[in-house]
Design a protein around this ligand. Structure first.
Ligand code: GMT
Length: 375
């Protein structure tokens, strides 16, 4: 199949899922064309025959306060579909990708070309941004006019049905990890580079947006560090990073917390880690929690959204109510103060992650493509 994938090319989970899916599809022999404004950050192999990248350019024009990205994207999609005989358009994140795909479909249909659209909903496109009254009509329309719609968790599917007037069936296809890639790691972890051997390493990775509850992460760590000699690694960039640094300094935790910025090597960071913190306010799935578990890191999380579908309470980690930092710190300490239990949870986290292995999930996307093609 010739598949065009539209996604955000940034460090966000939806872009990572789209990129990893494209790479997996290409290994199965499909031709994959990424169409976006920048080469996706996790796409480091453009050297294979069947992976292609098509940049969406938006010329600057002084009349525009906002550059019309949807217009440029839909025009680029028309061009890519025609030039590369694309069979299926798979758009990740409804806004504005599903809308642009619909416009491209209509333009192509005027030329007698039929192209099915598969839309994958990721989370904030529904729960935060998409359900805003300014966007809701356009998002509802784009979902209802997709040939097939998928959501990354049951929780997100239910949120979508609650927040929008949806007439299309939504299939849940969970996010995934490539366990093979992790097994192929050649070098052992050089944990001593980041912290003394006696210290436990606690990690948080996110885009530092308010819904990630970064200050909870720091409060939980403060409680942990009173009981156990430990370090906190904060990975990522985002709007609350500078206030988080100020908060850390105000608590006199400066020497125990490291802010590492965005990283393309999160597997390396996770392999140093003992516990992963994700106290989010909202999380449709929590791909980063799955990545932590796949690296053998138990997850201490909130029970927001789809987190309970990924992190199994008292097995791969623990879940607590949103904002209950005492419970999250106590759960982390149960593991950090007990070597045997920590070891057991590390292995259970790996076991739980295997349920989301890429081989199982890619096949589900392939069958969705076949359903969309047969419509
Ligand atoms: O977490 C974010 O804020 C980024 C966002 C994105 O669009 O990349 O993540 C969403 O999609 C991920 C991949 O499906 C999910 O794992 C995240 O849980 C989801 N984020 C939220 O629902 C807040």
């Amino acid at each position: 199949m010739n598949i065009a994938i539209v996604c955000y090319p940034t460090f966000g989970g939806s872009g990572v899922v789209a990129t990893e899916l494209g790479l997996a599809l290409s290994k199965m022999g499909h031709n994959v064309h990424f169409v976006t404004y920048h080469q996706p950050v996790r796409l480091d192999t453009l050297n294979t025959q069947n992976i292609h990248f098509h940049e969406v350019n938006i010329p600057d024009y002084p009349l525009f306060k906002y550059q019309p990205y949807e217009l440029a994207l839909s025009s680029r999609l028309v061009d890519v579909v025609k030039s590369y005989k694309i069979n299926i358009l798979h758009v990740h994140y409804a806004i504005p990708h599903a809308y642009a795909a619909y416009m491209a479909k209509k333009m192509l249909s005027d030329e007698g070309i039929s192209i099915p659209i598969v839309t994958t909903l990721h989370g904030t496109d529904i729960t935060l941004v998409g359900s805003h009254p300014f966007y809701r009509p356009a998002v509802t329309f784009s979902i209802n006019h997709s040939d097939c719609v998928t959501a990354v968790s049951e929780s997100l599917k239910q949120d979508t049905l609650r927040l929008f007037d949806i007439k299309t069936d939504i299939k849940v296809i969970p996010n995934f990890i490539d366990a093979n890639k992790l097994n192929k790691k050649d070098k052992p972890c050089e944990r001593s580079l980041l912290a003394p051997e006696k210290d436990r390493i606690i990690t948080h990775i996110s885009n530092f947006r308010p819904l990630k509850r970064i200050f909870d992460v720091i409060d939980i760590f403060e409680k942990i560090s009173l009981e156990v000699s430990s370090r906190l690694l904060m990975v990522g960039e985002g709007p609350e990073k500078s206030s988080a640094i100020a908060y850390v300094n105000s608590k006199d935790l400066k020497n125990k917390v490291l802010f590492l910025g965005n990283s393309n090597e999160i597997d390396k960071i996770l392999c140093y880690s003992d516990v992963f913190l994700l106290p989010s306010e909202m999380e449709s799935f929590g791909l980063v929690a799955l990545e932590a578990m796949a690296n053998g890191v138990p997850v201490i999380s909130s029970n927001a959204g789809g987190l309970g579908e990924v992190n199994k309470h008292d097995f791969s980690g623990f879940l607590s109510d949103i904002g209950d930092v005492n419970s999250m710190a106590n759960n982390a300490l149960k593991l950090l103060l007990d070597d045997k239990k920590l070891k057991q949870f590390k292995s259970q986290a790996r076991e739980q992650a295997k349920l989301f292995d890429i081989d199982k999930i890619v096949k589900q996307y392939e069958s969705i493509y076949n359903i969309a093609l047969s419509k």
